[in-house]
Design a protein around this ligand. Structure first.
Ligand code: NAD
Length: 250
């Protein structure tokens, strides 16, 4: 139905909660998937599990904030799977702290991964997509892109910037048949957010805040990403899809 069989995808942060679900969903749709993560061994483990189920996979260690690391990883997975026509920029970090005395080094480190890394990966995949006659980029932002979050100023600013980066790419690369869209998750339970859920009662309180009555799962995000990556979304470019159970209605 999705028309994804035979495509080649690169997923960053693919060893994490949301990234591994995206990789699995794409693989299940017949996509060959390159799994990149700062934790290369963890990416290898996720890839091996998908490979054991018959998926075509590759894995590489990659620091998406580092241009040389991105170039090396994209070349490695290209040698295994060929040119990619799907990129999911997902690797992100949270590092909360109040803005008043946020060390500039902490701000820069977060921006390097959550914003610059998204650009570096998009730039790296562009020639591969052009070689394939087009492609689809899906950037993982957050509802923090449109709503301030407690102690998360740098994070929220990075996600808002990603939303505009995506629209710029849509505008500049659309003529090359490269689509660029955003998925903005709401409250999703993953290793990144797990600390929030440790306190007693938080899961129930957060669930009650969401019109859907529950916090989200990585699978909820993977389903939306897979649609936007597929030819079923061929006329969707420069869009942002909130996947938050109705929490943040804009
Ligand atoms: P996670 O911590 O489970 O996974 C993130 C992965 O990214 C990890 O495997 C980590 O090793 C990897 N990573 C970190 N820095 C990297 C780097 N420099 N280069 C390559 N890989 C790197 O987090 P998650 O919850 O799965 O988050 C995935 C994305 O979803 C992030 O962009 C996050 O901001 C976004 N998001 C998450 C939530 C949530 O509630 N969990 C909500 C909104 C948006």
């Amino acid at each position: 139905w999705l028309g994804l069989a035979g495509r080649v995808a690169i997923v960053t942060g693919a060893a994490g909660g949301i990234g591994s679900a995206i990789a699995a969903e794409l693989a299940g749709a017949g996509v060959a998937v390159a799994l990149l993560d700062l934790d290369g061994a963890a990416a290898e483990r996720v890839a091996a599990a998908l490979g054991a189920q018959g998926a075509k996979v590759a894995a590489a260690a990659c620091d998406t904030a580092d241009q040389a690391s991105v170039a090396a990883a994209f070349a490695t997975t290209r040698a295994v799977l060929g040119d990619a026509d799907i990129l999911v920029t997902n690797a992100g970090i949270l590092r909360p702290g109040p803005l008043a005395d946020l060390p500039v080094a902490q701000w820069n480190a977060l921006m390097a991964v959550n914003l610059t890394g998204y650009l570096l990966c998009a730039q790296a995949v562009r020639p591969q997509m052009v070689a394939r006659g087009g492609g689809a980029i899906v950037h993982i932002a957050s509802i923090a892109a449109t709503n301030p979050q407690p102690r998360s100023g740098a994070y929220s600013a990075s996600k808002a910037a990603v939303a505009m980066l995506s629209r710029q790419i849509a505008d500049e690369w659309g003529p090359d048949r490269i689509r660029s869209n955003v998925v903005s998750p709401g409250l999703i339970r993953t290793p990144l957010s797990e600390a929030f859920y440790q306190a007693p009662g938080v899961l129930d309180r957060r669930s009650a805040m969401v019109p859907a009555g529950r916090v989200g799962t990585p699978q909820d995000i993977a389903d939306a990403v897979t649609f936007l990556a597929s030819p079923r979304a061929i006329y969707v470019n420069g869009a942002e899809l909130l996947v938050d159970g109705g929490l943040d209605q804009v």
